[in-house]
Design a protein around this ligand. Structure first.
Ligand code: SF4
Length: 227
């Protein structure tokens, strides 16, 4: 388990790296809770980099809960074609739109209540909290879990991953910043671009000096070169 100081140090390194290496997505400009919620529902099981244009088209087509609620099911299914899982997404979005019409402030609720909304799981609830409302939370996806595990050698059973109390605790420590949006984007971008699952790019990673996995890998390849 890392100390507060270690987490703080990693976050500082990440923020510095992200300033010049972060990914740019149009939705990162938006603080509108409905836009953030739509984007998160569409991003589920989708690659952000290849879906950005399709997500923009969808959000422009349904900019409000009323517009989304008024969409006929067949039209919605058609518009959701680029993202896959159309039926499930269409059903969640239609239910979400209806609920937001009845409760316009529902997307301003706290994390626990956000999770009760249709199509909004733990990840999307945290994303709405951080990116729309600037709350101090950490969005935890599989990439983030991987980064935390590698950095501090955390042992988390395969079945738990995002649900792990240990990961959540580290996430809470990581969230202690005045720049929650940037800190989360930095973590997500590092997980997607540098700390890849199969071939982590440790030699160019800004966290190498603080990373247990990266240090072990560097020592092993040094040893192999000597032989
Ligand atoms: Fe991931 Fe390697 Fe960076 Fe560690 S040093 S965070 S394993 S890319």
């Amino acid at each position: 388990m890392p100390s507060d100081a270690e987490v703080h140090h990693v976050r500082r390194l990440l923020l510095r790296w992200w300033k010049h290496n972060g990914r740019e997505f149009w939705w990162r400009e938006s603080r509108d809770p409905f836009t953030v919620a739509l984007v998160e529902v569409l991003l589920k099981q989708t690659r952000a980099s290849s879906s950005a244009a399709a997500i923009r088209a969808f959000v422009e087509c349904y900019p409000t809960p009323a517009a989304l609620a008024a969409a006929p099911e067949s039209e919605l299914l058609d518009e959701l074609r680029p993202f896959g899982f159309q039926r499930q997404r269409a059903s969640h979005l239609a239910q979400l739109a209806k609920q937001l019409q009845a409760e316009p402030d529902a997307l301003s609720a706290r994390n626990q209540e956000l999770r009760q909304l249709p199509g909004i799981g733990a990840y999307a609830a945290a994303a709405i909290g951080v990116f729309a409302h600037g709350r101090r939370e950490t969005v935890i996806d599989v990439n983030v879990v991987r980064v935390f595990r590698r950095l501090w050698g955390l042992s988390v059973p395969r079945g738990e991953l995002r649900k792990s109390a240990l990961i959540r605790e580290v996430g809470e420590m990581y969230a202690g910043t005045t720049k929650p949006r940037e800190a989360n984007w930095a973590l997500l971008d590092l997980g997607a671009e540098i700390c890849k699952e199969r071939q982590p790019r440790c030699p160019i990673c800004p966290l190498l000096s603080s990373c247990q996995f990266g240090q072990r890998l560097a020592a092993t390849s040094k040893l192999a070169r000597k032989r």
